[in-house]
Design a binder for this molecule. Sequence first.
Ligand code: GPP
Ligand code: MG
Length: 292
Amino acid sequence: MTTTPDAGTRNVPVPTQSTYQNRVADYWNAEENPVNLELGRIDDLYHHHYGIGEADWSVLDEPDAGVRRDRITAELHRLEHAQAELLAGHLGPLGPADRVFDAGCGRGGGSVVAHLRYGCHADGVTISAKQAEFAGEQARKRDIDAKVRYHHRNMLDTGLPSGAYTASWNNESSMYVELDLLFAEHARLLRRGGRYVVITGCYNDTYGQASREVSLINAHYICDIHPRSAYFRAMARNRLVPVHVEDLTAAAVPYWELRKEAQHLVTGIEETFLTAYRNGSFQYLLIAADRV
Ligand code: GPP
Ligand code: MG
């Protein structure tokens, strides 16, 4: 803990982590949603993001209730995995000597996906001690812990080495932080010519400001969804030059339609996402950028 002058009259303590960050960590330390744990258990790839692509709707017609449940769970996991692979595909080409940084790694799935695809080293950072421990245990179980490491750290102040990374990303974690601070840290970690990728929910500037649904999503996850424009402004200020932008909004809808039908997995936020996507106030976006 350091101290700073308060109105020039006395010193008050400045905690190393803000109260907001403590509340976010509390959320993720306590989070045990079946939609994350039951999907992850299928192949020990634990994702904390949504799915993309057309769904196999036949899972809903399955007559046996138990089989139906399992098939829906597996289908949602397939869609989430497709999202992770889409992101990983934009990081490359990479090789076993390359190092990647996963900002807001959750229970670790994204770093494992990148490692399995490229053989690269990965460093995942999460503000949740519980998630970092869980992810580390998964890497040990897979025997990839020499190359895939997880750290209980703040993604804005990682303490990781400058210029050491060929690629880095945020997969649905950028709405927890100020973008200028975030991109400054990515720019510091990435080598020149390195690749940064973000997949995010952002509010649509053409709608105006944050809609009721966007505000409900913020309240649900304790986050602060940025407008689309903020990503490009902050990238431009931090040596990140977009090379590919993809609007994944339409591709995100089937996942939420199917998740809405999964009574054993719903968290209550499903209709809000569908309304937000359909009323044009919210977009699911991928941006890949080069570090110059
Ligand atoms: C996904 O995590 C969601 C977030 C990290 C925060 C908000 C994301 C936006 C795109 C707005 P999760 O998989 O833990 O969520 P859930 O428990 O709902 O599946
Ligand atoms: Mg989830």
